[in-house]
Design a protein. Structure first.
Lengths: 213, 213
DNA sequence: CCGGACATCGACCGATCGGCTGATGGCGGG
DNA sequence: CCCGCCATCAGCCGATCGGTCGATGTCCGG
């Protein structure tokens, strides 16, 4: 079914990783790496120009987030399938990436055979997930109501960030040019969303989910 | 001064990264990769057996921490220089690694020319640090007294862990079979050590330094 | 043997937090 | 056009926190 050569685009901010992937795929005549990009923005441009079968996409990059790049490609109706290849597997990364339109999600510590197989699968439009990611996803989907956690609003994240720095409500109010009452409202709301009952726990959950630090 | 071929050992849990490094150094006749290891324990064994000039060491690995591996090699008086090559540059990683005896500390997003230069420098025993790491280090060293942070005692870490879960002082007291006054004492102490003024900031700093999460 | 780090406890007090109730206005989707 | 989400604000109050005195006992290392 995959007799054709599969064309690839590599998007990763680490030269070492780009080289590793390039070399890896160069050793197999079934793959052809068309190009590389170091950031999301550049990745989108190249994906549109080169029209690869599969885009190998890192998520956390200085020059344009991977999730945004995926969303952009999806929005533009690009033909390329996106296979996320990252070090991290936190909820805050995986779910948005899948939602944005990623065809697969692999962790970088996957053996190369798995990687090859995943790229072939992705080229055919099949979804491929690392076992760890898959189990995360099901558990995340299984409790969509209260326990999990809706996304924080921009303002709530802003307040939470200051809380993590030890800023008091009054100081936060001054900092953001709002009243202390509003700060408390934001806090009460984000406590509910994060499923906690005080600021210390909120900071902890935020770190766990990658919202902070 | 470096006419000799420099021998290398690669220690990293990611096959992709190992391949990337191997390929990169294979393209330059001035380097010879003697072997690879996927974890700290295996890394130490191979370093002792192969006696490479330079060990490229990742820090966070499932099979044996990089810092422990470095400390082990130092303790055993291995001839090999260790060059840390990692994605992270937090205090909790860099400083212990340097203390353990690493000759250099580079981030994986370093351009390959820098990497080559760093390996040559490490082979000669010269210290090489990423600019970002270097600035971290100086600022960490410059304030050794109060601001930086001594290590938390076991009891303090225990209390802090409960704080991160949203536990109140009274509940912590019951949980640990001590009085609320004692809990407050532990907290006051660890606030001082972490350089913060409330529990939320303490949790944040703890996450940043890898004490939690 | 003494100093210092650690762990334990008590009491007091001002500052802060979190919960509650309720209100206003903007903005976007159905 | 109305509903829901977001952001804004007010006042009240009990609970909790953080700071500051001081005190006791252990254990380890110099």
């Amino acid at each position: 079914m995959t007799d054709r050569v599969i064309t690839l685009l590599i998007v990763d901010d680490h030269p070492v990783v780009r080289d590793g992937l390039r070399g890896m795929f160069a050793s197999d005549p079934g793959f052809d790496v068309l190009g590389e990009a170091a950031g999301g923005v550049e990745g989108v441009e190249l994906a549109l120009r080169l029209d690869p079968d599969v885009v190998l996409m890192d998520l956390r990059m200085p020059a344009g987030s991977g999730v945004e790049a995926i969303a952009e490609l999806t929005r533009l109706g690009a033909r390329s399938k996106v296979l996320v290849l990252t070090t991290y597997d936190t909820d805050s990364d995986t779910i948005p990436a899948i939602e944005a339109g990623a065809t697969g999600y692999l962790l970088k510590d996957a053996p190369r055979e798995d990687l090859f197989a995943a790229v072939r699968a992705a080229a055919e439009g099949r979804t491929v997930l690392s076992p760890a990611v898959a189990s995360r996803l099901v558990s995340a989907v299984r409790r969509p109501a209260v326990p999990a956690g809706e996304a924080l609003s921009a303002r709530e994240r802003e307040v939470l960030g200051l809380v993590a720095k030890g800023t008091s409500n009054r100081e936060i109010a001054r900092e953001l040019f709002i009243s202390e009452a509003t700060v408390k409202t934001h806090l009460t709301h984000l406590y509910g969303k994060l499923g906690v009952k005080d600021r210390a726990a909120a900071v902890a959950v935020a770190y766990d989910r990658g919202i902070l630090g």
